[in-house]
Design a protein around this ligand. Structure first.
Ligand SMILES: [Zn+2]
Length: 402
């Protein structure tokens, strides 16, 4: 991975890689968290829709045609802390693909009628669909708790979207899509000269400074939560607890391994052995400073739900003694090595890593760095991390049928 300097001042992270494909992404360090003013809520996601509604060079139809002509994969994503615009294309088309992407990023015209007639409705219907999805409700609940005042729903809220005008959107774009909020990643079988020449030709970064980011303060709230939904196929038990993210890479990998060992153990004990649930998984949330999230999907039958709940506590209590065996840690280490090598060799996965690695201060190849740390990882490091995962208080939640 190399950092290239472009004429416009845009930082470009370039990872040379043997592949028939090229992956190009604009990362905008602006997400729902940055929607500070009440009327901004939902604008990140709305922008994501409106950037390909037309530019100074192409209307929406020509934009669609241009993307189709490239035979490429184009997508955009809005998160709490970032927005990503991605194009993955055949190597022979990469310059044309990059030109279209840069056009979208820098020359949007925000056509009013497109917003009023199509995209506004599209955003609202997406928001409505999400309100019926227990998974989304829960993960949004976690972010709401974790982020406090900085929490804004990613998809936006419907009354706000209804009111939003193109001038709101344009002013949000002008304030946030500029300066050091922007970064480009390029992965593929290219040279530095080829990349930087293309960037110098098409990138139009505005150097003006984006609004300063407020510091994230995180307060964990232990209040249990309960969501009731109609016509559920399954009930869900949730456990959520704060964790301290270790400072060293060894500690962090140890924590990841401990969590994947726990997922396996829960799955074996609750599903395979006792047949109490359909799914069981433990996940780490890194962007809310350190949270563990346990999800157990079980039947809507009340008796079985209670049984599962009791068994869950038992399983957590026996994890250190029976679940975290040397063999399991070794197996999960192997699977983590597999994941790292797989990411290193697949173009889309590999790009996913670049920005995060850069933010963490990893200047060399993040994959080699991770592999080295994995090989050197000790069982005792994983045990220490695991103890943190199962000890202490947790917040309990459930989604059940109305
Ligand atoms: Zn959308």
């Amino acid at each position: 991975m190399r950092l290239l300097k472009s004429k416009s001042g845009l930082p470009v992270l370039f990872r040379p890689m043997n592949s028939g494909l090229v992956d190009i992404r604009y990362f905008i360090k602006c997400g729902a968290m940055d929607e500070a003013r009440p009327k901004d809520e939902g604008l990140c996601h709305a922008l994501e829709h409106m950037l390909y509604a037309g530019t100074e060079n192409r209307d929406w139809m020509e934009m669609n045609r241009a993307l189709e002509r490239l035979g490429s994969w184009f997508n955009a994503y809005t998160y709490h802390d970032r927005t990503i615009y991605q194009i993955t294309c055949l190597k022979r088309n990469w310059q044309a693909a990059y030109e279209v992407l840069a056009d979208m990023m820098y020359n949007p015209t925000f056509p009013e009628e497109r917003w009023e007639e199509v995209e506004k409705g599209a955003v609202i219907s997406e928001t409505q669909a999400a309100e019926d999805d227990p998974d989304v409700l829960l993960s949004e609940g976690i972010y709401r708790d974790g982020l406090g005042k900085r929490y804004h729903p990613i998809l936006g809220n419907i009354p706000n979207i209804r009111q939003a005008t193109m001038s709101d959107l344009k002013s949000f774009y002008d304030r946030y899509y500029c300066g050091d909020n922007m970064l480009l990643t390029v992965t593929g079988d290219l040279t530095e000269t080829q990349v930087i020449r293309a960037v110098n030709k098409h990138d139009r970064l505005r150097l003006q400074r984006p609004p300063k980011k407020e510091k994230l303060s995180f307060k964990f709230n232990y209040k249990p939560f309960a969501i009731k939904k109609q016509e559920l196929e399954q009930s869900t038990i949730q456990l959520l607890k704060p964790l301290t993210i270790p400072r060293t890479i060894q500690g962090q990998i140890g924590l990841e391994l401990a969590v994947s060992c726990l997922t396996q153990y829960l799955f074996e004990e609750l599903r395979e052995r006792r047949g109490l649930c359909y799914g069981a998984k433990a996940e780490l949330y890194w962007d809310i400073p350190g949270s563990l999230f346990l999800t157990i999907e079980t039947s809507t039958d009340e008796e079985r739900f209670d049984k599962t709940k009791k068994a869950l506590h038992k399983t957590l209590n026996s994890f250190m003694k029976n679940g975290l065996t040397t063999e399991r840690v070794r197996n999960n280490k192997m699977s983590e090595i597999y994941t790292t090598v797989n990411s290193r060799e697949r173009i889309g996965h590999s790009s996913d890593w670049l920005w995060d690695a850069w933010e963490e201060g990893i200047k060399k190849d993040p994959f080699e760095y991770q592999l080295k740390a994995l090989e050197a990882l000790r069982h005792s490091t994983v045990r220490r991390a695991a103890a943190q995962v199962v000890d202490g208080r947790a917040k309990f939640g459930k989604i059940t049928e109305k």
